[in-house]
Design a protein around this ligand. Structure first.
Ligand code: PEP
Ligand code: MG
Length: 600
């Protein structure tokens, strides 16, 4: 029985992408479970339907087998659970009964399976022993596993089934799935898992789709059809809002949109501090389609083109021509502005199906980004040839991710030279003096940046990974999100060192991690002398606006005290004390996550 006047309640998580959305929820996991329809089949199709079910079970067995193999030995209990799930797949009550239902009732496998599971669950529910009763959950888990294989993997989240302009509520959305979400169908999404700097959240910001991550149990507390408010700025989800709350949030939404429009008005002008320091404010993009937003928001160029997405959501590798055409279009649309194309960064939290990847228990510490590309010179050369060819059409720079030693950088440059040589021989046009940059996102690279400096034109600091690896805190794990703070003294010291080396060695200093787009960090970065900041395009207007108010000399003067703070909170307080008036005056539409704009 559903309650006609359900009570308002709110769930708190991390503000993954700012903005406010109000609409009906679509709970991906639950709906997959509840919305199975019965289809009566002609006798001639029953045999094939049984075979389809058997095939799905076989695939589920394989999936579980793989998970068991990958489980560390120390997690013996987890292995036992997975083994039990595997055994359940072939249990007479599960397997035998479903096949019998398909045959006897001449029904589709999905419906027969649901029927079996419903019965089993009601049996479990009646059991008094709590431990055994809870095994009912295992049945549901196995059910979902088989269902996934019956329906095909792509519907894991049921994302494509979302109705018009609903709000997607899912346990998790992968970066690949997020990149396929369209405003036309959904206006916001919220997840149980994830954190602010996970790639999924970065994509939500790029799509300018309000989003809240790390809600823990949103898929359990929210039901499809519930009216919800997503406050991506404060990291809140309000379920069954009362009239007064709705009124308040409607007003806040309008305010947010008006503030954005106001800031956007001036954003096409350069960002220069009152004492004449010019900062290039660039955009991070993941897809060609985002170029329009870059121009709309007044981006001075692209400081980071994450090129992974042409490799995701597909079974084959993109050819040189396809990559070239994509890069060329971005470069031509933005010319004469610079476009910084980063070479492939996969196997961290972005995994491309069908491409070799070493399965390790710690993908972020494994064969990711440049490490992977150096083991695949043919694949790497294809991408670099495409980047080089695109350079003939505008201003292109190349950027290598995850460099942690000089040898990696030199090998990457060697392969770049080989790619250039091949193009020369083929008579293809490209710019011979392409600027080469290195991402400083691994502490080892920050520590040897003086050595790397002699071989590159620019540094681009990736704080998302630099924080992750410095603090040993998984960027996608909500439980360690408290460590994920750019103002940690350890992080600030690394940044300051890289900035000093860049000045001394005359290497251009850029930042493309999320830190660059947060107004609270801009005074620190100006003090260190960053001349390029790259961020999601939605943040550009507010950051440009703030730079125009901040005298660089003041930022330089306060920096030493910030650097000598013994913890992140003290450092943040010092910024607030010294620059609060500028931050207030320049306030854009993106208050920091966790600071509610409207929530009481
Ligand atoms: C970073 O690590 O800060 C960065 C910009 O790269 P990505 O977020 O794609 O890992
Ligand atoms: Mg990175």
């Amino acid at each position: 029985m559903t309650d006609k006047n359900p009570k308002e309640f709110s769930l708190a998580g991390s503000g993954a992408s700012p903005g406010i959305a109000i609409g009906k929820a679509y709970v991906a996991d639950h709906t997959d479970f509840d919305s199975v329809e019965q289809v009566v089949l002609p006798m001639s199709e029953v045999h094939a339907e049984v075979a389809r079910f058997k095939e799905a079970v076989k695939r589920s067995e394989k999936d579980l087998g793989r998970l068991i193999k990958r489980s560390p030995k120390e997690l013996g209990q987890q292995v036992q659970i997975l083994e039990a799930h595997k055994a359940l797949l072939r249990d007479k009550m599960f397997y035998g009964r479903t096949i019998e239902t398909i045959r006897r009732g001449r029904v589709n496998a999905e419906w027969a399976l649901k029927n079996t599971v419903d019965r089993l669950r009601s049996v479990f529910r009646k059991i008094e022993d709590a431990y055994i009763r809870d095994r009912g959950d295992d049945v549901v888990y196995v059910y979902k596993q088989v269902m996934k294989n019956l329906l095909g993997k792509s519907v894991e989240n049921g994302v494509e089934k979302v109705g018009k302009r609903m709000i997607l509520v899912a346990h998790d959305v992968s970066p690949a799935e997020a990149s396929q979400l369209q405003h036309e169908y959904i206006q916001a999404f919220v997840t149980d898992r994830g954190g602010r700097t996970s790639h999924t959240s970065i994509i939500a910001r790029a799509l300018q789709m309000p989003s809240v991550a790390g809600l823990e149990n949103a898929t359990k507390k929210i039901r499809t059809g519930d009216l919800i408010i997503v406050d991506g700025t404060a990291g809140l989800v309000i379920v069954h809002p009362e009239e007064e709350t709705l009124f308040r949030y409607n007003a806040a939404r309008e305010q947010f949109e008006a503030a954005q429009a106001l800031l956007a008005r001036d954003s096409r002008f350069p960002a220069q501090t009152p004492d004449g320091f010019l900062v290039q404010v660039n955009a991070n993009i993941e897809l060609l389609e985002e170029v329009v937003a870059v121009m709309d928001r007044g981006g001075d160029g692209v400081g980071l083109y994450r090129t992974e997405f042409l490799y995701l959501n597909r079974k084959n590798l993109p050819a040189e021509q396809e990559l070239y055409e994509n890069y060329k279009e971005v470069v031509e649309l933005l010319a004469p502005r610079p476009v910084t194309i980063r070479t492939l960064d996969i196997n961290g939290d972005k995994v491309a199906e069908g491409i070799f990847s070493e399965e390790g228990d710690n993908p972020a510490l494994g064969l990711r980004a440049i490490r992977f590309c150096l083991t695949q010179p043919a694949l790497f050369r294809v991408q670099m040839k495409a980047i080089l060819r695109a350079s003939a059409h505008g201003y292109v720079r190349i950027l290598f991710p995850m460099i942690s030693t000089l040898e990696e950088l030199l090998r990457a440059k060697e392969l770049l030279e080989e790619a250039a040589q091949e193009l020369r021989q083929a008579g293809e046009a490209f710019k011979p003096d392409l600027e080469v940059g290195v991402m400083i996102e691994v502490p080892s690279a920050a520590l040897i940046c003086d050595i790397l400096a002699d071989h590159v034109d620019f540094f681009s600091i990736g704080t998302n990974d630099l924080i992750q690896y410095t603090m040993a805190a998984d960027r996608t794990n909500r439980h360690v999100a408290y460590l994920f703070n750019a103002m940690n003294p350890s992080v600030l010291r690394l940044l300051d060192r890289v900035a000093a080396v860049a000045r001394e060695k005359n290497v251009r200093l850029a930042m493309c991690g999320e830190m660059a787009g947060d107004p609270r960090h801009v005074p620190v970065l100006l003090g260190m002398g960053f001349s390029e900041l790259s961020m999601n395009s939605a943040s550009i207007p507010a950051v440009k606006n703030l730079i125009r108010l901040l005298p660089k000399a003041e930022c330089e003067a306060v920096l030493p005290s910030i650097l000598s703070a013994s913890d992140a909170e003290t450092a943040a307080d010092l910024v607030q004390e010294a620059f609060g008036k500028y931050l207030e005056a320049g306030k854009g539409p993106q208050p920091a996550a966790g600071e509610p704009v409207t929530a009481s």
